[in-house]
Design a protein around this ligand. Sequence first.
Ligand code: URA
Length: 249
Amino acid sequence: MSSREKLKKYLAQRMELGVGKLVVRAEEPVAKPLALSQPVVKQETLFGGASAGLRDNPVRPDPNRTLESFYHEIKDCVRCPLGHTRTKFVFGVGNPKADIMFIGEAPGRDEDLQGEPFVGRAGKLLDKILEATGFAREEVYIANVLKCRPPENRDPQPEEMDTCSPYLLEQIRLINPKFIVCLGRIAAMQLLETKLALGRLRGAFHDFNGIKVMVTYHPAALLRFAEYKKDVWEDMKTLRRAYDGMELK
Ligand code: URA
């Protein structure tokens, strides 16, 4: 491969990760340093399915619903073609009363086979990240934007995300976490309704209906680009500090 092709590939990979162009845009606002009291993005539209893509909300209000009963309601979903190609529906795993919820993109091959999110290589790395931050996997809740695997692990399509998002939003409502960590661009895009690159969303807590949202790199990205590990570590230390601060109150 020529160096020009190598550079092209490298830039394409960076764009894919949402790191953005290698250009300093001093005139554009960059996310402020992490400030718990000053969320940079106020997000209030999604609960209740009011936003444009979610008008056809299959989740009817039910005051008696629990996370477990919700699983039984939706586990046979075939509202999009992925429902016909999946092996297992991947609802989510962890503490139904978790203070912290991690949201990834979509099940991969291992998750599709086992019916649990983040059990493959990226999942093992997520477990290590959790452990290093002092959280047990059972203590937090882990879910994805999509509940079914896209064939060949391709990117989720916008229609698939809009079809599936009401499920995630209901999970968030039922769990009612204090913090959400978006793992990667797809989760951040969907939850915060933004097209900003991941690199620009890091470094500040965003607000989603009173829940503090942190955006960081997806563990799969760390498997390919080890240089992002230190950024994720900084993000996790910030999360830990904020969580500990909250517990003292
Ligand atoms: N990647 C994700 O985003 N989610 C999983 O569950 C596994 C890999």
